[in-house]
Design a protein around this ligand. Structure first.
Ligand code: AMP
Length: 485
């Protein structure tokens, strides 16, 4: 299906033949040397070939695909006021709103000296400003799948002239049940196009997706899939479950961490931890599916400005966050899905910087730790952490169990391909709506697309799994549990 690119030696941005307007933007971004994924991907994308890129978060993969896309579209750039002269020519799909927003910011900055227009559309916010922007015409569109389909439905997005498609964090898009949406979108695109698929891991499902929709792709790998960033120091601290909050406070204080993302397995746990940290004098806020999109953006902006010390996040909410020079991440809970560990710790040590991934591990998380070590193919350094001033809130133990119940019940709700969570105490809990929908459409979107199903495949009734089964060859290939929240 593919061959693998050889590793180039020392490369500079000048050697790619990029237009001076792009090189100027790169310099203004402060990039001096291409990252390994950029060194490998840029020439291949410029050559017009499909790409299957295994690049973990923080490797600079966005510029790896965005720069050559801009270069390839430059001959079509124009300053005409006519929308017809600005059709969507490159489509970049991402699993989350935050990632879409960040990719769009990057594209915008790389293309700022050109006449190319870019826009981003994602759910949870008003459709009208997006529609207005799309009507004026954009060459590069960054989108989450659900909201893009709303715009297609409303005829504010026309994908008939797309020449280049990027599936960014494709593994996560499948995890989040976007496959039916992806298939609908792919059916709307010209078959004559260049397709670039980026994924942190190459699961059998991703390989199947690639073999279905990519043509003779070149495989580009900068790190073994499922490997963790080498510039991240990983330490696991063994603590009693009830001492975890105190441990987080202690790690933040002892290490003078000014900016840290703390990962929790559930939104309830994230909210509670943020409140407890605040009580203990750490400026903290939580981002998860119960917060509105604008609340999440505000929290993220405040965190980026350094006004918040600890951003307490669930996996989906934190997916794709790019915060420059994030010194550390803390895993308050070890994730149930080992791949989430790789994604989480990819938040730190980005683009060559070093970072610390500190994980709290309580005795009831042995299975998770073993799964992580199996995935990353090496044992983790486990240290005992003596917590000086344990912060014990009498709801802790009950709460942590409830969080796991929450997750267990959600897994049960989301379909037949699920397996029970390790050690989960199954108790019925209301289903978190956020996880049933990849986005919350605006009222206008709802009315426009009332006839179209909104719920991703992972959360639909058995019949809706048909496309997945069909795409995967109809062999009932086991599918990874939807695990992020
Ligand atoms: P990404 O993996 O695309 O999310 O990029 C991670 C971070 O690396 C972003 O903050 C980029 O701005 C930054 N970055 C990308 N390419 C380079 C480069 N060649 N030199 C320095 N930083 C870069």
């Amino acid at each position: 299906m593919s061959d693998t690119a050889t590793t180039p030696n020392t490369v500079t941005f000048d050697q790619f033949g990029l237009h001076a307007d792009i090189l100027k933007a790169i310099t203004e971004q402060g990039y001096t040397t291409p990252t390994p994924i950029q060194a490998k991907a840029i020439p291949v994308v410029l050559g017009g070939r499909d790409v299957m890129g295994a690049a973990q978060t923080g490797t600079g993969k966005t510029a790896g695909f965005a720069l050559p896309i801009i270069q390839r579209l430059l001959p079509l750039a124009n300053t005409s006021a006519s929308p017809a002269r600005h059709p969507v020519r490159a489509l970049i799909l991402t699993p989350t709103r935050e990632l879409a927003d960040q990719v769009a910011a990057n594209v915008q900055s790389y293309a700022k000296h050109t006449a190319l227009r870019s826009a981003v559309v994602f759910g949870g916010v008003d459709m009208n400003p997006q529609s207005a922007e799309l009507r004026r015409g954009v060459e590069v569109l960054i989108a989450t799948p659900g909201r893009l389909l709303d715009h297609v439905q409303q005829k504010t997005a026309n994908l008939g002239q797309v020449q280049m498609l990027v599936l960014d964090e494709a593994d996560r898009m499948l995890d989040m049940g976007f496959l039916p949406d992806l298939q609908r979108i792919l059916n709307l695109l010209p078959s004559e196009r260049q397709t670039l698929l980026f994924s942190a891991t190459f699961s059998p499902e991703i390989k199947k997706l690639a073999s279905t929709y990519l043509r003779n792709p070149q495989t580009i790998e900068v790190a073994r899939s499922n490997s963790t960033a080498t510039n991240v120091t990983q330490i696991v601290f063994e603590v009693a479950e009830g001492d975890k909050t105190g441990a987080v406070v202690q790690l933040i204080r002892e290490r003078s961490l000014k900016q840290v993302i703390v990962f929790c397995n559930s939104k309830i746990g994230a909210s509670r931890l943020a409140r407890q940290l605040e009580r203990d004098g750490v400026v903290a806020t939580a981002i998860h599916g119960d917060r509105t999109q604008s609340e999440r953006m505000q929290a993220l902006d405040a965190f980026k400005r350094g006004e918040i010390e600890a951003l307490v996040a669930t996996d989906v909410a934190a997916r794709g966050l790019d915060i420059a020079e994030l010194p550390a991440v803390i895993n308050f809970d070890l994730p149930f899905n080992a791949e989430d560990y790789v994604h989480r710790i990819g938040r730190t040590g980005r683009a060559g910087a070093s970072g610390d991934a500190l994980s709290l591990f309580s005795p009831n998380e042995r299975k998770q730790l073993a799964d992580i070590e199996k995935l990353i193919k090496r044992p983790l350094d486990v240290q005992r952490l003596a917590v000086d001033t344990p912060v014990r809130h009498h709801h802790d133990e009950r709460g942590s169990r409830r969080d796991r119940d929450d997750r267990g019940s959600r897994r049960r709700t989301t379909g037949a391909h699920e397996r029970p969570s390790h050690g989960a105490h199954h108790r019925q809990q209301p289903v978190d709506d956020f996880f049933l929908k990849p986005y919350e459409p605006s009222p206008s979107a709802v009315s426009a697309s009332a006839k179209r199903e909104e719920v991703p495949a992972a959360q639909q009734k058995p019949a809706s799994k048909q496309p997945l089964a069909a795409l995967l060859g109809g062999f009932g290939m086991p599918r990874k549990t939807t695990s992020s929240n």
